[in-house]
Design a protein around this ligand. Structure first.
Ligand code: RB5
Length: 144
């Protein structure tokens, strides 16, 4: 089931896109927790990924969105956390499939690799698609 509670975080490269996503989410009734960063000043993306992942550990109903330049560093950092299934998505198709098949609880996007409109569409699909369970549950339970 999709969550209305969203944790957001970015580094400096993702800051502007994070702010646009935050605006959309708030306007559309989501409860948003913003874990930074709060400017374009250079910072270290793992710090913000870790904060968001710890918040999801406290509240597993929350879904997360992480944005850096490529989305790669954020996804690597997030997936170090056992309770996190972070997926780097580039479009609606990958967002749909990672929810249906991987039950991803964190969406990662790259602000330098995706346009604003596509990022919003990707996020909308991620937030509105449910996990299919069944054999896919067995498979994600095999993650070590
Ligand atoms: C920052 O320059 C950049 O390395 C970061 O945003 C991200 O793309 C890392 O994976």
């Amino acid at each position: 089931m999709s969550s209305k509670k969203i944790a957001l975080a970015s580094d400096h490269a993702g800051f502007e896109l994070k702010e646009k996503i935050k605006k959309y989410l708030i306007e559309n009734g989501y409860a948003v927790s913003d874990f930074g960063t709060d400017s374009n000043a250079s910072c270290d993306y793992p710090e913000f990924a870790n904060k968001l992942c710890l918040a999801i550990k406290e509240d597993p109903e929350m879904q997360g969105i992480l944005i850096c330049g490529t989305g790669i560093g954020m996804s690597m950092a997030a997936n170090r956390h056992k309770h996190i299934r972070a997926a780097l998505c580039h479009n609606e198709f990958t967002a749909r499939l990672t929810r249906q098949h991987n039950n991803a609880n964190v969406l990662c996007m790259g602000a330098r690799t995706i346009g604003e409109e596509l990022a919003l569409e990707t996020m909308k699909v991620f937030l509105s698609t449910d996990f299919m369970g069944d054999k896919h549950e067995r498979r994600i339970n095999m993650f070590s």
